[in-house]
Ligand binder design. Structure first.
Ligand code: C2E
Ligand code: MG
Ligand code: MG
Length: 726
């Protein structure tokens, strides 16, 4: 190593003074980059003592990612240039320093022997700049209406960036003001945040809760030895959290609305700079929370599900949209959307009660989290439905995570001392293969889940465009159907029923029509079975009954003597309160019960005993009962005797061929004969031609209905038809 005096040469004293007394850090390096001279300011700046530094090379201070650039500067100076540059290094204690360096070659007798550098510490300036830029970014996010959790996460990112190795979390005060919930803590180990949530505000449930309680910052310099951390100490220490400084965030009434906490992995106390940084963070947090509370768009609960603590749909949607935006095309890499619900959860709810149902959901949420990776998101979409977002996975990985979820859920849950078994059906769609938008992909995952259910539950299925077209349509209908009543998309049409002896319209069959805002007109043959299966037919059926009765009332008030037939589905029929629902509709409108006909189908009467009982109840209300689609079921005419019915409707499949098929003519005429024997009124459905009508007349069919007379019409048009026919 060169002797320092030999470099500086004969004017060494002057240079030495210039060097030693310079307030800025100065150093000299030999040709290998080793320190050969450092002044006190330099030693102080980096936290090593001079002797230590003189054993080191400047490379050892470099951050790894800056080493290459530093080497280039060094080389150029050794070639005779002088250089001015910014560079980051780390101090002895690991903290980062941003430096502005002027480096010049050392010439000794015409040869370059090393480098002298003069250093200015610009860390603070950079920090200030970063803070300023960061603050602006946060404010911009607020202004643009970003979600509160995203804004809070951005505040945290900023503070974590500026502070050396602090990691932060922001808690929000719950609406009732009694507890704190995690709002954002992107760097805190999930094992910790999962366990520590819902902290009751008070002096003894940890530092954050105490900060909110005492309304002042609480500095815990060593978590392991502080009584405030008694309860959560083990988990905190296990997760590497050793110091915590919590500062309350107030609203204008001086109530704590949030707590900003910063944690370190070793015992420590805040410096003046830390305090300033925290003040900034608290200020930003307060601005953000205020803004969203003022906007009333948000309280924390708008984003997180209270029961499970999982993100709700809204936050999930935002995360998913963001993930799609960030996704860069890599072969085999996808974003997987998973949709799942618990098989037969309703049974758990119904048999064990809602409280147990809730507990089950809580357990399920925890298990879901245990089955996915840290970077994935699980959300509760409502009820027993969950959606998951898996970033950067291959199809195989998505499949194995799905299988893992199925496996962990299969294990019996011990809930409140009971062993509960749940299984799940899970659907998966992949971005970008299956769709482009979050909405589309989620929907497709849902469709795939539907497929999984059809495959016998407790399995997962990938979305498959070809196979799922039908399911998808069906599913879409189901989704739209759920909103149809509320959106007022239903209408009743009325198809005239003609008395064949008087040739007059004696009544009408009400037929449901649905015009959906996205699907357009959907025929009852497509949506009624779905409404049946999902149980939606019950509320829809009530609407039909009430609407038909109100229409009848209007017609009665106009002095018209018409009857209206209303179709009842099997689900409605076996619902205990059917008679009450009909009685209600009758009472409310005050119509003549004899004007109302209830149409049921043969299949509903399979359980003869129960069916007779129900039909009696209906009959007691004074309404008429008609058997629809007669001939298509287990047509034993003998059971008809046991039922209190008024009329039969011959199914249109017999009427269709009545004029050219002997067989159908025989069935139709046999029905007519027997029905008349039993004193029943017969109505032929689907009459389209005069030939058909002639034969029906010949066999004394009482009434007819069909396109030959009229299609089902909206009420106003039906009335016009009626007026014209008189
Ligand atoms: P349905 O009760 O047997 O109704 C008769 C069906 O035959 C109606 O079809 C009607 O438009 C159709 N139709 C009437 N005349 C002719 C004709 O001359 N030729 C042909 N080819 N068809 C004719 P729509 O309205 O599509 O209803 C289909 C089925 O959907 C109904 O069969 C009924 O089972 C169910 N449905 C319709 N409205 C309701 C309702 O309000 N409640 C319930 N539960 N089911 C309903
Ligand atoms: Mg009918
Ligand atoms: Mg029919």
């Amino acid at each position: 190593m060169m002797n320092s005096n030999s470099i500086i040469g004969p004017k060494s004293d002057i240079y030495q003074s210039l060097f030693d007394y310079n307030h800025d850090a100065c150093y000299a390096l030999d040709l290998n980059g080793k320190f050969i001279l450092v002044n006190d300011a330099a030693a102080e700046l980096v936290g090593y003592d001079k002797q230590e530094l003189l054993q080191m090379s400047f490379y050892e201070l470099m951050n790894l990612n800056e080493a290459e650039a530093a080497t280039q500067y060094f080389k150029r100076v050794l070639e005779g240039d002088s250089e001015r540059f910014n560079i980051s290094i780390h101090k002895k204690d690991g903290k980062a320093l941003d430096l502005f360096i002027t480096a010049v070659p050392i010439w000794v007798e015409g040869k370059i022997e090393g480098v002298v550098g003069m250093v200015r510490d610009v860390t603070e300036r950079n920090t200030l700049e970063t803070m300023l830029n960061g603050q602006n970014h946060v404010l911009e996010m607020i202004a643009k209406g970003a979600a509160l959790p995203d804004v809070l996460a951005e505040i945290i990112r900023l503070v974590e960036f500026v502070s050396d190795d602090g990691i932060c979390s922001i808690y929000l005060t719950e609406q009732d003001g009694t507890s704190l919930v995690h709002a954002s803590s992107p760097s805190i180990p999930a094992a910790y945040t999962k366990q520590i949530n819902h902290l009751p505000i008070g002096p003894e449930s940890g530092a954050a809760a105490a900060a909110a309680y005492h309304k002042r910052p609480i500095i815990v310099s060593d978590i392991a030895n502080d009584p405030l951390w008694k309860k959560h100490r083990d988990i905190a220490v296990k997760c590497g959290l050793r110091a915590s400084w919590s500062t309350p965030v107030f609203n204008s009434q001086e109530e704590p609305i949030a707590v900003f906490s910063i944690y370190y992995n070793q015992p420590c106390e805040p410096t003046e700079a830390d305090i300033q940084l925290i003040e900034k963070a608290v200020h930003l947090t307060s601005l953000a929370v205020h803004h969203y509370q003022a906007e009333e768009t948000i309280n924390f609960m708008a984003f997180y599900d209270e029961l499970t603590g999982l993100p709700k749909r809204r936050l999930f949607d935002e995360k998913a949209t963001e993930a799609i935006k960030q996704h860069t095309d890599k072969p085999q890499q996808a974003i997987a959307f998973m949709y799942l619900d618990l098989d037969r959860f309703k049974i758990i709810n119904d048999t064990l009660g809602h409280n147990m149902g809730d507990l089950v959901l809580e357990h399920v949420a925890r298990r879901l989290l245990s089955a996915i990776r840290e970077e994935d998101t699980a959300s509760r979409q409502g009820g027993d439905e969950f959606a998951l977002l898996l970033i950067d996975v291959s199809k195989q990985e998505a499949a194995s995570i799905a299988q893992r979820i199925i496996n962990v859920l299969e294990e019996p849950l011990i809930v409140d001392g009971n062993e509960v078994f749940v299984t799940t059906s899970l659907g998966i769609s992949l971005y970008p293969m299956d769709g482009e938008t979050m909405v589309d992909l989620l929907r497709k995952a849902d469709v795939a889940m539907y497929k999984a259910k059809h495959k016998g539950r407790n399995n997962y299925q990938f979305y498959d465009a070809v196979l799922d077209k039908e399911l998808y349509d069906r599913h879409e209908i189901e989704m739209e159907l759920r909103k149809a009543l509320e959106k007022g998309e239903f209408e009743l049409h009325y198809q005239p029923i003609i008395n064949l002896s008087t040739n007059t319209i004696v009544g009408a069959e009400s037929l449901l029509r649905w015009k959906n805002s996205t699907l357009g007109h959907v025929g009852p043959d497509r949506f009624i079975p779905i409404a049946e299966e999902t149980g939606m037919i019950v509320p829809i059926g009530e609407w039909i009954l009430n609407t038909a009765c109100r229409q009848l009332k209007a017609w009665e008030q106009e002095g018209l003597n018409l009857s209206v037939a209303v179709n009842i589905s099997i689900r409605q029929f076996y619902k205990k309160n059917l008679a009450f629902v009909i009685a209600d509709a009758l009472n409310e409108t005050g119509i003549n019960p004899a004007h109302l006909t209830i149409e049921i189908t043969e299949s509903m009467t399979m359980d003869v005993e129960t069916a007779s009982k129900i039909l009696r109840e209906l009959k007691d209300l004074g309404v008429n009962i008609s058997i629809d689609d007669f001939g298509t079921g287990y047509s034993s005419l003998s059971y008809l005797k046991t039922f209190p019915i008024d009329s039969l409707k011959i199914d249109q499949s017999f009427v269709r061929d009545i004029a050219n098929s002997n067989c159908d003519q025989n069935i139709a005429t046999a029905i007519l004969l027997m029905a008349h024997n039993l004193g029943l009124n017969v109505i032929a459905e689907g009459v389209e031609t005069t030939d058909q009508l002639d034969i029906l007349r010949k066999y004394q069919c009482n009434c007819a209905q069909g396109y030959l007379f009229s299609k089902p019409l909206p009420a106003e048009e039906f009335i016009k038809l009626l007026e014209n026919s008189y």
